[in-house]
Design a protein around this ligand. Structure first.
Ligand code: MG
Length: 367
C-alpha cells in the first residue's frame, strides 16, 4: 500500500501582489509582496504550502528540489526534510533555500493531513483551540490618521496588542508612538525597529518613552547582534519585552538567540524557519529555555501549528499578509475576538488556492 502514498508531483508558482499603499519600516520600503506557492501531490490529494520570498524560488523548487521529493512516501516528512537539507548544503541552507524548504515542508504536512482526512491541528495535537493574534502594521509611511485608524480598528476587533514600525526618524518616532498610544487606550503596544537602532539609541528611545508603556520592543538592534539585543534587554525599562527571531532559518539560529539570552520572547516564521517541522523544532528549543514563542506573519500558515505549541504567546496578524491571504486563499482565517480559529471541518491547513483570482498576479512557475 505504501506505493499509493508516493509523491508524484511537486510544483511552484509565484504571485506578486501590490500593496494597498506605500509601505516602509525602519530599514526597508516596499510596494509589492511575492508569495511563492508550493503544491505537492500524492494519491488524489494536493498539499499546499507557501513562503513570502522571491519568484526565483520557482526555478530552485521546480527544477532541482523536485527530484529530491518526488517518489518519496508522503508520510515520511522527516526523510524528505533531511534529504532536502543535504541537497542544499552547497547552496547555503539559510535564506532562500530555507524559504523553499519551509514551503515544501508546509505542503507536505498539508498533504499528510489530507491523506488522513484530518485537519492539521488534529494531526499535530492541540494545546489550545484558538490562537491569539496581535494586529501588525503601523508603517512608517502612514500619517497620523491612517495609523490611528488601523490600530484602533484592530482593538475594535478584539486584539489585546498591536504593533507599529519605528526607526526612521527618532524624533518623529516619539510622536508616532504617542499617536498610537492614544489610539489604543490601555491595550498592549508593540514597536518594531527592524534593526534600525544601535544599543544606545534603542535604550534612549525606550527610556524616553517609558511613560507610554511600550510592552514589546522588536529588533531594537539587528538580530545578527545577539549581544546587542541582550544589552537592550538588560537596560530596558521594566515591563518592556525584547523580541526577535523572524530571520531564524535553522534550529541553530534559534539556539544562538536563546543561548545568548537575547530575547524575552522568541519569534519564528513557518515560511522561513523550516515549515511546520521547523516551527516545532523552535518550539522545543523555547520549551527547553523557558521562553515563549510568537509566530511571525503568514497567519494562515501558523493557524494550525500554533494550536499545538505549548509556549505560544500569539501570532502576528500582519496587514500585508492578511490582505494577500484573504485575496488568494479560500478558508483564510478571519479575526474573531482577537484570535483565529482553525476550521476543523476541513482537512489539512483548510486553505484552497484561488487559481482564477490569482492568475493576474502570476510572475513565475506554472499555475
Ligand atoms: Mg519584525
Amino acid at each position: 500500500m505504501a506505493g499509493d502514498r508516493d509523491i508524484r508531483a511537486l510544483r511552484a508558482s509565484a504571485y506578486t501582489v501590490p500593496t494597498d499603499g506605500p509601505e516602509a519600516d525602519g530599514t526597508y520600503a516596499w510596494s509589492k509582496t511575492t508569495l511563492v506557492l508550493v503544491e505537492v501531490e500524492a494519491a488524489d490529494e494536493t498539499g499546499l504550502g507557501y513562503t513570502y520570498a522571491d519568484a526565483s524560488l520557482c526555478g530552485l523548487i521546480g527544477t532541482t528540489l523536485v527530484e529530491v521529493v518526488v517518489g518519496r512516501d508522503a508520510f515520511d516528512i522527516p526523510g524528505a526534510r533531511a534529504a532536502l537539507q543535504r541537497h542544499v548544503r552547497n547552496l547555503g541552507r539559510s535564506g532562500l533555500c530555507a524559504c523553499a524548504l519551509s514551503a515544501i515542508d508546509a505542503a507536505l504536512w498539508d498533504l499528510k493531513a489530507k491523506l488522513l482526512a484530518q485537519p492539521l491541528a488534529f494531526l499535530l495535537g492541540r494545546a489550545r483551540d484558538r490562537v491569539p493574534v496581535y494586529g501588525s502594521g503601523g508603517f512608517t509611511t502612514y500619517d497620523d490618521e491612517r495609523l490611528t485608524e488601523q490600530l484602533a480598528g484592530w482593538v475594535a476587533q478584539g486584539c489585546r496588542f498591536v504593533k507599529m514600525k519605528i526607526g526612521v526618524h527618532d524624533a518623529h518616532d516619539a510622536h508616532r508612538v504617542e499617536v498610537a498610544r492614544a489610539a489604543i487606550g490601555d491595550r498592549g503596544l508593540f514597536v518594531d525597529a527592524n534593526g534600525a537602532y544601535d544599543v544606545p539609541t534603542a535604550l534612549a528611545f525606550s527610556h524616553r518613552n517609558a511613560d507610554l508603556a511600550i510592552d514589546w520592543f522588536e529588533e531594537p538592534v539587528t538580530s545578527d547582534d545577539p549581544r546587542g539585543l541582550r544589552a537592550v534587554r538588560d537596560g530596558a525599562p521594566p515591563g518592556m519585552a525584547v523580541a526577535a527571531g523572524e530571520y531564524i532559518y535553522t534550529a541553530d539560529d534559534a539556539r544562538h538567540l536563546l543561548e545568548a539570552g537575547a530575547v524575552d520572547v522568541l519569534q519564528a516564521d513557518v515560511t522561513r524557519c523550516g515549515g511546520v517541522s521547523g516551527f516545532l523544532d523552535v518550539a522545543a528549543l523555547c520549551e527547553a529555555h523557558h521562553t515563549d514563542l510568537s509566530g511571525h506573519c503568514a497567519p494562515s500558515l501558523h493557524r494550525h501549528v500554533a494550536c499545538g505549541v505549548q509556549r505560544l504567546r500569539h501570532v502576528e496578524w500582519f496587514h500585508d499578509h492578511v490582505r494577500i491571504e484573504q485575496m488568494l486563499f479560500e478558508g483564510a482565517p478571519t479575526l474573531e475576538r482577537g484570535a483565529m480559529t482553525p476550521d476543523l471541518r476541513e482537512p489539512g491547513h483548510g486553505l484552497v488556492f484561488k487559481q482564477a483570482d490569482a492568475a493576474r498576479f502570476l510572475v513565475g512557475g506554472h499555475a
